[in-house]
Design a protein around this ligand. Structure first.
Ligand code: BG6
Length: 481
């Protein structure tokens, strides 16, 4: 299958830091369909050779094992091309069209790796230039809007030029291998399904913790905050994967219909429940990786006195027969104690214990990063006679080891899916809008609440109020168990 892959924003950070290295991995692993061309589009005046040289240098900043050797880069670079475009000029879309028509590939994937404020303009111009035929797919990178109205606006413009099946909205968390394994665990095995419900599960915790601060992205981050940057998309998408009903098939829409139902079943927030069930925080000076770290307000490009949240934890429920009454706790933040992304399913305790020693409920941990695996925590007998007691043990499955040969990174997977036209791991517009609809009352309540975010020291697990949120139900966060 021949394909053309076009990156708008071809000299931007996302392209050289994430997309090109991911494509290169796909190329190295022999997964990229042969006969492909990659076109980077940007405003700078340069030709293919100069762009290839520039990208080769950028690759020096990519993680060691992901860097190409000179010989590998030379082979990869044969696919790379560059086109100068001014995205406001209709004539320049004509140039793109001519380039694509030079060989009329089976599919052309247009990846908008630009600032999102350009999406409406680019989509409208693509439509006007006739670059929206059935062979064309458009990939949209987050953030897709900053609230429901702006997300709807983007979707309206996208819809004016492209059908829903041509629109690939990226949430790179859906490309992570553990998320695929969560689907496999739930719908490829019969073992867990009878337990995957309120009768057996006490609570579910989704943690997306980062140890890094906002780095040089202070200005972007300050307009965004943890709720929009991580919770509205990544954390909620994970929640839908955990809570969805078994879909009737593996089709994109069968899966996305079920995910949408979960989003629609989430307990809606009111001003009162926001103040009770949502905790926002902002890091102060502390430690990161054993070294002193400054507070958020001292980071570059962060305005004085900013009330932007760098941490959010919340409690919600999925209101349906399967999950009624089961708390779902979601939390994410920057400058936390560790880089750790995981979903913890805490089961209910044994109804009656006949053993001495610890009595600890079972839990299943789906680890997304830094490792990628599954842990099932059980109790086992230790000692003999009078000393016999239960002790916690865990069954560990390390996917990195088990599938070392076939590990595919999130962007690599999603780029290959976009080229192949597989929509399963992309977010449909109605899902995305429903997620905004659900978080909006939180944004509104915070805008009115003058107390601002709660401080937490860099290198900790966030404000104490986040622990209290879970303790109120008689539970604790995974790291406190
Ligand atoms: C991005 C956020 O979507 O995800 C970043 O904008 C965040 O702020 C990143 O750092 C985290 O992704 P990952 O895959 O490194 O956990």
């Amino acid at each position: 299958m021949s394909f053309d892959l076009v990156f708008f924003g071809g000299t931007g950070d996302l392209t050289w830091r994430k997309l090109m290295p991911a494509l290169f991995q796909a190329f190295r692993h022999g997964k990229l369909p042969a006969g492909g061309r990659i076109l980077s589009v940007a405003r700078d005046e340069q030709d293919d050779a100069k762009y290839r040289g520039w990208l080769k240098e950028r690759f020096q900043e990519v993680e060691g094992p992901k860097r190409p050797s000179d010989e590998e880069f030379a082979r990869f670079a044969e696919m790379l091309h560059y086109l100068r475009m001014d995205l406001s000029q209709p004539a320049d879309y004509g140039k793109l069209k001519s380039w694509l028509e030079t060989r009329n590939a089976d599919t052309a994937v247009l990846y908008l790796a630009t600032s999102p404020h350009l999406f409406p303009q680019i989509c409208a111009q693509l439509g006007a230039a006739g670059l929206n035929g059935p062979k064309i797919r458009v990939v949209l990178e987050k953030p897709l809007g900053h609230d429901l109205a702006s997300a709807q606006e983007i979707n309206t413009v996208v819809r004016a030029s492209f059908s829903e099946t041509q629109a690939f909205r990226i949430d790179h968390y859906l490309g992570k291998p553990s998320v695929q394994n969560l689907m496999a665990l739930r719908f490829g095995n019969a073992l867990f399904e009878p337990l995957w419900r309120r009768e057996s599960i006490a609570n579910i915790q989704i943690t997306l913790a980062e140890s890094l601060g906002v780095g040089t992205r202070g200005d972007f981050y300050n307009r965004t905050g943890a709720l929009r940057d991580m919770l509205q998309n990544h954390a909620l998408q994970l929640l839908t994967m955990v809570a969805m009903e078994p879909p009737p098939s593996h089709d994109a829409d069968a899966i996305r219909d079920e995910k949408l139902k979960v989003l629609r079943s989430l307990n809606p927030f009111t001003e009162e429940t926001v103040s009770r069930d949502v905790v926002r925080g902002q890091y102060r000076a502390g430690h990161a990786a054993g070294k002193p770290a400054v507070g958020y307000l001292q980071e570059a490009k962060v305005p004085e006195g900013s009330t932007c949240e760098t941490f959010v934890a919340l409690r919600t429920e999925v209101q349906n027969w399967r999950w009624a009454g089961v708390p779902f706790y979601l939390r994410t933040g920057k400058r936390l104690a560790a880089r750790d992304a995981q979903i913890v399913v805490n089961f209910r305790p044994a109804p009656h214990s006949i053993f001495a020693g610890v009595s600890q409920p079972n839990k299943l941990v789906i680890k997304l990063q830094p490792e990628d695996g599954l842990e099932l925590h059980l109790l086992a007998a230790k000692g003999t006679g009078q000393q016999e007691a239960l002790t916690p043990v865990s069954l560990d499955l390390d996917f990195d080891k088990a599938f070392a040969e076939n590990r595919v990174g999130a962007y690599e997977r999603l780029l290959l899916d976009a080229i192949a036209g597989r929509l399963n791991l992309f977010v449909r517009s109605d899902e995305q809008e429903q997620a905004w609809r659900w978080v909006e009352p939180i944004l509104h309540a915070w805008a009115k609440d003058t107390t601002g975010p709660r401080p937490y020291a860099a290198g900790t697990w966030g404000p104490a109020a986040a622990s209290a949120l879970v303790a109120r139900d008689g539970f604790s966060w995974s790291e406190e168990q």
